[in-house]
Design a protein around this ligand. Sequence first.
Ligand code: MG
Length: 481
Amino acid sequence: MKNFRCDNILPVIGKLTKLLLVSICGLLLCVNRGNAQEKTNFIIIFADDLGYGDLSSYGHPTIKTPNLDQMANEGQKWTNFYVGASVCTPSRAALLTGRLPVRSGMTSNKVRVLFPNSVNGLPTEEITLAEQLKTVGYSTACIGKWHLGHKEQYLPTNNGFDYYFGIPYSNDMDNVTEINTMEDYKNFWLKPDNIKIESFNVPLMRNTEIIERPANQNTITKRYAEEAISFIKKNKEKPFFLYLAHNLPHVPLFASKEFLGKSDRGLYGDVVEEIDYGIGQIITTLKDEGLAENTIVVFTSDNGPWLSFGVNGGSAGLLKAGKGMTWEGGMREPCIFWSPNKIKPALITELGTTMDLFTTFSKMAGVPIPKDRMIDGLDLSQTLFNEQPSPRENIFYYRGPDLFAVRVGDYKAHFITQGEYGQFGPKEEHSTPLLYNLAVDPSEQFNIAEGHPEILSEISDVVGVHKSKMVKGKDQLVDRE
Ligand code: MG
């Protein structure tokens, strides 16, 4: 002790203090990173007009989708999963708001979707999943087709997304050819020479700026995947929500040169296989960045196949009809949930909808579900993580603002049926609804209404309760310049 000197001890205290400070900073950093890592990242990949039967894992005999098939094997493959509408705009509104589009007014009996001369878009008072997740610090990006209003106030950047890159509506819009009648339209599509990039003067946007017009659609699928990967890498330290909404395989079909002519299914197959390839790259990125086990990836499509286009349209497999209709082929879609160690691998035959993603992901992120409005989404997490039964018992099939059909459990009653695009017949109101048992008759071939008045009566009660609570929003699609 006699050798004790202050000038010896001071550097030691200094070092200890520095060590303590570094430790505290490190601890704080760990807590911060821990918080970020505790919050699950969400990626929703939405195809356009891809049908129930268009993936090899859903029975297509020649389209090869190895990446989606592997996700289905490692995760959950849902076979009774529905969208909120059978056409683009209302289906997208349903996905992002968790509400039937009739509530937000994003559906109409005058026009089915938004067009480049539409005046309105998703009303600002609607709350999107991106806006929900922003409240708890998520980074958010929308890459691809928007179709909820192309004027600045309606773009993704005003709906909770930090970043937007994509074509703001369908890839067949801004057609440069004069098309006034259905006959013109049919003639247009019959000429292969018309199907070129210059025929569709659609803009490609970054945030609120148009950066390319017409968008080079040959490379659009590839560029969407690249943008998605870049967003993931940039935001790997934060929780993120990526909404990747491909413009394809909606017609007109385009693929990059690496995929053209490669699929046994022709051009449609080339397009789907390029989408699948990009998804594989995204999954690889998540694995390489150590994000795979903390990210949920879900893949589905906005509506059924556009059957009017023959081999250039997709397939609903064994389901009846396609895009635009309330038969199963219009609204039931492939749906794959993937997240290693989180999602319990299984084949799920329970009911689910795109609206449920709003509620499930909001709850997982700790964001309260809005109480001031009707939310149609339900929390699927017990099915996803514990393979428990889905809380969903009903599906409401709207066409425009009208309720055409209702599914309760395995049974579906059609009150009104109507074909579209010149197929599947005229509008018909059924005084006795058509009734199908979808568990044994997914193709809706055998009407069993006559022998089952008790089932119709039960469905009628469900409809009564649903209609008594329905408040329809003001039609946002009808006004055009
Ligand atoms: Mg679509």
